[in-house]
Design a protein around this ligand. Structure first.
Ligand code: BGP
Length: 477
């Protein structure tokens, strides 16, 4: 029997983010961004966030993998694998160094124009994220970040600059990456609130109120950017990326099942707001119950109606489980409770390929919009052998299992999944831990957490595997 292939125009590629790869943190007029103050941590030691640069600490974003100077070589390697798409992010602080400057920094615009030209020259579709944990630090110091609605206007000014600068070259845009991690009902940790808004959870006087307002303001900025982007170019396809972690009930207790549903739902209130033309009533009711009052304006109603999404970007790594109340045993920092039936990575993330099919089905049934898998991958320790090879069969196994489930979403479930982008197709700095040791790439970067390494790039075994998958359009999966 002839095996099915992925669709012809399916986007194959990967996703990277500016602060995790570019380096050159203070070159060519770039201002300091929030992640430039995030130190290197590890699986057991959370990253810390300093108010100034402390010369005794390591800040991984300052050097990244030096993508800023080496992108041509890296893009050639992506092209060699047959990539048809690469998701990049624009660092706001390269364009407006203080966030509220009157005029943009031309050197920053030039960099992204050249980067996008290079992708196009290599037949790689650029997918551009406007906010991937990259916020000019000055906006946190001056306005207390997204708690102030002025951030919405400043973000829109930045978005407009980029829509214009890359007009005709970029079709797919992402307004925000993973703003969903700061729901007031989530047990937030400093790392998530800091990455998303440059504020530490532990410093917040009234965290529920603060997170609700930030979530609302960012959601509003997202829908406004959507409408704006389509006004500038009608052919733009504008999406938003969410990090989705399905939560399964650990037993058949109805209350636990309901709690699991609510926990899964928390990741969806912003998608509801961006797809259904209004900020969801159930969320406003929930805020009322908790005494949270958010600042809204009448004009917001129209913004939600006009700025609905064209596609949904789905980042998927792992699933989690809901336990009966009071049972806190086995809780992990980033992915909730450990599922006893699943294996986990060295960083404690449960490996659940079926969860990808679950998430894609669940999301598609709610919104009927095209879905792009904007991140998926396995962070592992890799060994560079003496002959400069890397045998990362574990990564191949992980990706193969997830792609098999994704293929079922398209072939068996009939869902319009338009692309699959792996996270970190080239090794880069981990967002949650700041380590280089947690590697995701098909391409090994010779840089280590102790500062050693010459930044040279090497093809891992998974490089050749992915190349073959793309070439055969996943026929053997
Ligand atoms: C996602 C982020 C990425 C990325 C990824 C993996 O949530 O969008 O920026 O880093 O997670 O996480 P980590 O790098 O911590 O392993």
């Amino acid at each position: 029997m002839k095996k099915e292939k992925f669709p012809i125009n399916f986007y194959w590629g990967g996703s990277i983010a500016a602060h995790q790869c570019e380096g050159a943190w203070n070159h060519d007029g770039k201002g300091p961004g929030i992640m430039d103050f995030a130190t290197q941590g590890s699986v057991d030691t959370p990253r810390s966030f300093t108010s100034n640069i402390d010369l005794n600490k390591v800040y991984p974003s300052h050097t990244g993998i030096d993508f800023y100077h080496r992108y041509e070589e890296d893009i050639r390697l992506f092209a060699e694998m047959g990539f048809t798409a690469l998701r990049i992010s624009v660092d706001w602080s390269r364009i407006y160094p203080n966030g509220d400057d009157e005029y943009p920094n031309q050197a920053g615009i030039n960099y992204y124009q050249n980067l996008v030209d290079c992708l196009i020259k290599n037949n790689i579709e650029p997918i551009v994220t406007l906010y991937h944990f990259e916020l000019p630090k000055a906006l946190v110091d001056k306005y207390n970040s997204w708690t102030d609605r002025i951030l919405i206007d400043l973000y829109l000014k930045f978005a407009e600059t980029m829509f214009e600068a890359l007009k005709g070259k970029v079709k797919y845009w992402v307004t925000f990456n993973e703003m969903n991690h700061i729901d007031p009902q989530t047990d937030a940790s400093d790392i998530f609130t800091y990455m998303i808004a440059g504020l530490k959870y532990s410093d917040m006087e009234n965290p529920k109120q603060t997170l609700a307002q930030i979530g609302y303001n960012m959601t509003l900025a997202g829908v406004k950017a959507c409408a704006l982007g389509r006004t500038i170019d009608q052919t733009n396809q504008i999406g938003c990326v969410f990090g989705l972690t399905p939560v399964y009930p650990i037993n058949s207790d109805p209350q636990t099942a309901l709690d699991a549903l609510h926990a899964t739902d928390r990741d969806y209130y912003q998608i509801d707001a961006m797809c259904k033309g209004e900020f969801p009533q159930y969320k406003l009711k929930e805020y009322e119950r908790f005494g949270i009052k958010i600042e809204q304006e009448t004009e917001d109603l129209n913004a939600f109606k006009e700025g609905t999404l064209d596609f949904i970007g789905l980042n998927y790594y792992s699933s989690s489980v809901m336990k009966p109340k009071g049972d806190d045993h086995d809780k992990t920092l980033f992915t909730g409770y450990q599922n006893p039936l699943l294996e986990k990575s060295q960083w404690g993330w449960a490996i659940d390929p079926i969860g990808l099919r679950y998430s894609v089905n669940h999301t598609y049934r709610k919104y009927n919009l095209p879905i792009m898998i904007t991140e998926n991958g396995l962070g592992e320790v890799d060994m560079l052998e003496e002959d400069k090879t890397v045998h990362d069969q574990y990564r191949i196994d992980y990706l193969e299992k997830h792609l098999k489930e994704l293929k079922k979403c398209i072939i068996d479930d009939g869902i319009p999944v338009i692309g699959y982008l792996t996270w970190g197709p080239i090794d880069l700095v981990s967002a949650t831990t700041g380590e280089m040791k947690k590697r995701y790439g098909f391409i090994y970067v010779d840089k280590n957490d102790d500062g050693s390494g010459n930044y040279k790039r090497y093809r891992k075994d998974s490089f050749y595997w992915y190349k073959d998958i793309i070439h055969t359009r996943g026929e053997e999966l």
